[in-house]
Design a binder for this molecule. Structure first.
Ligand code: ATP
Ligand code: MG
Length: 210
């Protein structure tokens, strides 16, 4: 048989929740290189909880979460908007990540995320939620992590920016897990679905619109 690729991340018999509350039980989940997974499920089902586990933001109550050594991950969730430096500009955020790149290279990149011209050098402080989300996503994509974990990345995005994100994700060749109620985003970027329901995570092969 063909050899299976080494998983980037493995969950084995994982239980997770908050305090005494159990949200996910007996979860088995492997993320292999190249997989593009969409997570479906109702409000409160535990999708964000699963992504927090994958991102290492939440510790499992039981079981094993193993991230392969040397694997880098980019994690987007709404609370990441608060990690931005309100006193800095989009260009400065990129320069901190990559001090060697030329200003033009960084401007070309950030322009693709809606920060062209003066927008690249405007302070983050007064930006809208959508603008901050764009910047956080741009910073994550710029670092080319081995895997992307995106929790509702298009929440605040207008249709132009949503398309820009779709293009960026189609170009991205690492693994990704996307939680979204945005059917268009899922259809255009993801090829495998899992449903989070009844404290479990199951492969989903049904109709996305059902
Ligand atoms: P949505 O589609 O609304 O984003 P979700 O599938 O992402 O839902 P989660 O955010 O994972 O759902 O929440 C699952 C359950 O865990 C919910 O009942 C929620 O109230 C609870 N929960 C989430 N975060 C916490 C927290 N920090 N402390 C306590 N309970 C929490
Ligand atoms: Mg959620």
């Amino acid at each position: 048989p063909a050899q299976l690729p080494n998983p980037l991340l493995t969950l084995e018999k994982v239980q997770a929740g908050y305090g005494d509350t159990i949200i996910l039980r007996d979860i088995k989940f492997n993320l292999v290189p190249g997989s593009r997974i969409g997570l479906l499920g109702r409000n409160g089902a535990g999708k964000s909880t699963l992504v927090k586990l994958l991102a290492g933001e939440l510790n499992a109550q039981a079981g094993v979460v193993a991230l392969n050594p040397g694997i880098s991950l980019g994690y987007f969730a709404q609370h990441q908007l608060e990690t931005l430096d309100v006193q800095a500009t989009p260009l400065q955020h990129l320069q901190r990540l990559d001090p060697i790149a030329t200003e033009q290279q960084l401007r070309d990149f950030i322009g693709g995320f809606g920060f062209s011209g003066d927008a690249a050098t405007a302070l983050v402080g007064p930006m809208s939620g959508g603008e901050k989300a764009r910047l956080v996503l741009a910073l994550i994509v710029y670092q080319k992590p081995n895997m992307l974990l995106l929790d509702e990345p298009t929440n605040h995005l207008d249709s132009t920016m949503r398309e820009a994100l779709v293009y960026a994700l189609q170009d991205f060749d690492g693994a990704m897990v996307i939680v979204s109620h945005d059917r268009h985003l899922l259809r255009t970027t993801v090829d495998e679905f899992y449903l989070v329901a009844n404290q479990h995570v199951e492969p989903f092969a049904g109709d996305l619109d059902a």
